[in-house]
Ligand binder design. Structure first.
Ligand SMILES: Nc1ncnc2c1ncn2[C@@H]1O[C@H](COP(=O)(O)OP(=O)(O)O)[C@@H](O)[C@H]1O
Ligand SMILES: [Mg+2]
Length: 579
């Protein structure tokens, strides 16, 4: 709950005024039956026209005031609830931006989207409803009970029976209904998750002709949701008739006993009328309360899911020392000292085991190994996409955790294996890593990445608009744009994680030459499948199941490492058979 207060702050006024205006509305409504009974009992019976007119005028004025209170309440409730969720969304989005890869692994991005949209919308409804009904219900209830009992203490017994009967039956119904609502939320989650994953992978689904399979999967979730929703609403639908029954029985009892009292001269007709009105109000407010309880219990799940995000501990942050010293990676020397690593999500098994490795400033280091040998994991530790479990990664002699994240990541440019572009122009995408880059720098980076040629061949050149995720360029073009984007940052350390897998060998060689020529100072880590891409590296690291089994130059490894020889000769054979 405390977490939410900071999102309310900006809309304090709305959150204070909305309940106040409800009170105005309730007050005006609650005295109406009383005034009505006076018109009947005093005005009409004594034929006092001016009293009738005066009281009628007062009732009219109160009605107007009630309308003002009600409209004002709706206005401020909307403002408050919409404002609250706008701030909440901003807060959640900001929090998610700070998330480390490990944080995102834990939530999954589909679930984060559902939380940011669906769950937030549910909270908005709850806040809106709270501001409208939460004070109104109990206030009305208390006032109406007090006044009704004052009018006819003897008939109070009927209220004393009706309220518990209604409350118990609503309670019993809700107790059966609420679990369904909670389940409904879960099913809705599944449905959202399925839709999200489906849309993200829509191209794969089409190319594997799996539409009908996916459709079936969707119908299953969809129908489960329907079944539960029907159960839930059929229970809730029972509340209405039960309430009507209780109300009608109460009114019959009131008229019966009240009529006797009137005949005995102990009660006025108008008083009986207003008593009935108050009983109706009492039962209505109980009804309102039950609706509130239902909405709250439904929102509980959403709120928990939102708080999980807000409360999530961000595991990769700036250390106090980093902020104090404000250093930046300049030369680009990288050392791994006894580094071991495991992913939180996969439990106990170490993915990297006791890695010792030094890359001198300006060196080219290649990492090879089978898929799953933890090549990506190894290089991700340098820009702190994950933090080491044991040991240390040093850049220019300083632990990476002693740089601020922004200084470290500005100094270390990484082209991820799953690289992505954003919707926008090519120029925007390239400048994304370095907004201050000049046009010359932009073109130079694109040339080095062998992207300038194809960019210039587009009619709009650098202003060509890319679709979401860069759908309108080929895989190899996308990779080259990502390399250009990384180069434009002019990093001290450049990491290419299998970044040329979709680029032909000749073009790849040209990229390598350009890097050799123009980025002599930059320490470069290259992960590649093709052995041809790494022959010229200063140092080649061979990884197997998370451990370094050999390292050295190509010539050294060819002499000393059997594993390397195997990789080398098997690829040679492939090239021979291919040509
Ligand atoms: N985000 C992650 N969460 C849990 N396990 C992961 C994650 N990423 C990779 N792994 C696991 O770590 C191991 C090494 O993966 P990775 O570094 O991607 O290998 P490579 O890049 O050499 O193919 C694999 O067994 C993989 O399943
Ligand atoms: Mg990889």
């Amino acid at each position: 709950m405390k977490q939410y207060f900071r999102f309310v702050k900006k809309y304090k006024k709305a959150f204070l005024l909305a309940p106040l205006l409800v009170m105005v509305d309730v007050f005006c409504e609650i005295v109406q039956p009383e005034l009505m009974s006076r018109i009947v009992d005093l005005g009409i019976q004594q034929r006092d026209v001016s009293y009738i007119l005066r009281t009628g005028g007062l009732m009219l004025a109160l009605s107007l005031l009630a309308i003002i209170g009600n409209v004002g309440n709706i206005w401020y409730s909307s403002q408050g609830s919409v404002g609250f969720v706008t701030e909440l969304r901003k807060g959640l989005f900001g929090k998610i931006q700070q998330f480390s890869f490990a944080n995102i692994d834990r939530f999954s991005s589909a679930s984060l989207v559902t939380r940011l949209t669906n769950d937030v919308n549910i909270l908005q409804q709850v806040v809106m409803m709270s501001l409208r009904l939460l004070i109104r219900g109990p206030l009305m209830l208390v006032f109406a009970v007090v006044i009704a009992v004052r009018i006819a203490p003897g008939l109070g017994l009927i209220i004393a029976v009706a309220i518990p009967v209604l409350m118990v039956s609503i309670f019993l119904l809700l107790r059966r209904g609420i679990p369904y609502f909670v389940q409904m939320q879960g099913k809705l989650d599944n449905l959202n998750g399925a839709v999200q994953e489906n849309l993200t992978n829509v191209r794969v689904i089409k190319s594997f002709v799996r539409e009908s399979f996916e459709k079936k999967k969707f119908s299953v979730s969809n129908e489960e949701l329907m079944t539960i929703s029907i159960r839930a609403s059929s229970i809730v639908a029972l509340i209405m008739p039960v309430m009507q029954l209780v109300m009608n029985l109460s009114i019959v009892a009131i008229v019966w006993f009240g009529g006797n009292k009137i005949m005995a001269g102990k009660l006025q007709v108008g008083q009986l009328m207003s008593f009935i009105s108050y009983v109706t109000q009492i039962l209505m407010s109980l009804m309102m309360l039950s609706v509130s309880v239902m909405t709250f219990s439904r929102a509980g799940a959403s709120s928990r899911r939102i708080l999980e995000v807000l409360d999530a501990e961000i595991d990769i942050t700036d250390s106090p020392r980093a902020a104090r010293e404000d250093r930046r990676p300049l030369r680009g020397k990288v050392e791994f000292i006894g580094v071991s690593f495991k992913y939180h999500s996969t439990g106990e098994e170490y993915v990297l085991k006791n890695i010792h490795l030094t890359a001198e400033a300006g060196q080219r280091v290649a990492v090879i190994g089978a898929t799953g040998s933890a090549k990506s994991t190894l290089v991700q530790l340098i820009p702190r996409l994950y933090d080491v479990t044991e040991g240390q990664v040093l850049v220019d002699g300083l632990d990476v955790r002693d740089y601020t994240l922004s200084n470290l990541r500005n100094g270390v440019s990484m082209v991820l294996q799953q690289n992505e572009l954003f919707s926008g122009t090519i120029r925007e995408n390239l400048k994304w890593g370095n907004p201050l880059a000049t046009e010359e720098e932009l073109i130079a980076a694109a040339r080095d990445a062998q992207a300038d040629d194809f960019i210039s061949s587009f009619p709009a050149g650098y202003d060509t608009v890319l679709g979401q995720g860069g759908v309108n360029v080929s895989g190899g073009q996308k990779q080259r744009l990502c390399i250009a984007r990384a180069l434009l940052k002019k990093p001290a350390i450049l990491i290419l994680d299998d970044s040329t897998s979709a680029v032909d060998t000749a073009t790849e060689a040209r990229i390598r030459e350009a890097l050799d020529r123009h980025l002599r100072q930059t320490t470069t880590f290259i992960i590649a499948q093709r052995i041809g891409s790494i022959l010229s590296a200063d140092k080649i690291i061979v990884l197997e199941e998370g451990a370094i089994i050999a390292s050295g130059s190509h010539e050294e490894l060819l002499k000393s490492s059997q594993a390397y020889q195997e990789i080398y000769y098997s690829q040679q054979e492939k090239e021979v058979t291919a040509s």
